[in-house]
Design a protein around this ligand. Structure first.
Ligand SMILES: [Zn+2]
Length: 371
């Protein structure tokens, strides 16, 4: 029999204290004071440590077959306070089975966007040859790995699509509609232009790398946002950070915020190189960057819990509620200076920062190694 866990005196991001009782995968009870502790593992946070639903990073690369963008799911997952990592289309129809099997061998929960290119991101130009897009193969894979695949991914920028313009985007959009899954679109250098891409998207689609500092990004000029980005935002397209090596710029993110455009989710686009050498490092660092440019703490936590769960349709994830999945992140908000660097080398000093301490994952309490 598995031992029940009771977390006492966890501090929610709104400041309130709660107790939570967990049995394996499920939250049994949430209350101000759980008293019957006999025979249960008790973790008393004494009001000193924060808790939230387990953090979800909805843009990562953790399929180890292709070395271009890959990492170990646990290195970017539970060891960084992230209980759910979502791979953003490293695998396609030809390789998703291998990825699925690989993901069974790790602790962290893994879900995947399936790339519209059948081989996945084997090279930088996966959509430059339209023969690589085989919707029937994608549909078969989605059917077979329903529980694993949460969306369809298309990288729509110059190096990836070659001379194909938005044709791969149109195919991916149709495939995502047929599969009943969200479409995630990566943006970068043109062609195609941002306008061509965003005009094609509809409510529920996701744009990655939304705060990139490239000429084809969302800034019209120093102080304002391009109309096509505002239009996309207003029609319900989700904006995701997906920081990455090249795709997060403080000024773009701040200008967007002051113009009323906030991202819906905070994600890293993490893989081994940008984890080890920056500027990404981990999800907590990207969360701290959002905090430092003016997002509220409550917003930051929602953007790595409730919002990604809703965007991806992950039922039972993302909130601390009775009957929900019992994944939890325990963390500190440390008062102290920390230097932050964006993808363009711009620096900011955070005055407080997120620091994950432990997780509860699949019913197991795991402390994170202290450096
Ligand atoms: Zn990516």
């Amino acid at each position: 029999m598995v031992m029940k866990i009771v977390i006492k005196n966890g501090r929610l991001i709104d400041g309130n204290l709660i107790d939570i009782e967990i049995e394996e995968d499920k939250i049994l009870k949430i209350s101000e004071n759980i008293e019957n502790l006999e025979g249960k593992k008790v973790i008393d946070l004494k009001g000193e440590k924060h808790i939230s639903s387990g953090w979800i990073d909805m843009h990562t690369h953790c399929f180890n077959k292709f070395k271009l963008y890959s990492d170990d799911a646990d290195e970017i997952g539970y060891k960084k306070g992230v209980t759910v990592v979502v791979d953003a289309g490293t695998a396609g129809a030809d390789t998703i089975e291998e990825f699925y099997n690989q993901s069974k061998g790790v602790k962290t929960r893994v879900f995947a966007f399936i790339n519209i290119a059948r081989q996945g991101i084997k090279s930088q130009d996966e959509l430059s040859n339209l023969d690589n897009l085989k919707v029937n193969l994608l549909m078969d894979a989605v059917e077979k790995y329903k529980e694993f695949i949460v969306g369809v991914k298309a990288r729509i920028s110059k190096t990836v699509v070659g001379n194909n313009g938005i044709t791969p985007l149109k195919i991916a959009k149709k495939a995502s509609e047929e599969a009943g899954l969200p479409l995630m679109v990566h943006i970068g250098s043109e062609p195609p232009t941002l306008k061509e891409i965003l005009d094609e998207l509809k409510e529920g689609n996701i744009v990655s790398h939304i705060f990139n500092g490239k000429a084809n990004g969302i800034l019209k000029d120093e102080n304002s946002i391009k109309e096509e980005a505002i239009k996309a935002y207003e029609k319900g397209v989700y904006f995701d950070i997906a920081h990455g090596k090249d795709s997060f710029n403080f000024n773009v993110a701040e200008t967007a915020r002051t113009n009323g455009i906030k991202c819906h989710s905070i994600s890293t686009d993490i893989y081994q190189r940008n984890r080890l050498h920056g500027p990404v490092f981990d999800l907590a660092t990207t969360m701290t960057k959002a905090l430092t440019i003016g997002y509220e703490k409550e917003e930051v936590i929602e953007m790595v819990t409730k919002n990604p769960a809703e965007i991806l349709g992950l039922k039972g994830f993302g909130e601390l509620k009775e009957g929900f999945i019992s994944d939890i992140t325990i963390f500190d908000i440390v008062k102290g200076e920390k230097e932050l660097v964006d993808s363009n080398g711009n620096k900011k000093i955070a005055l407080e920062y997120f620091k994950p301490l432990a997780v509860i994952l699949k019913g197991e309490y795991i402390e994170i190694d202290k450096e």
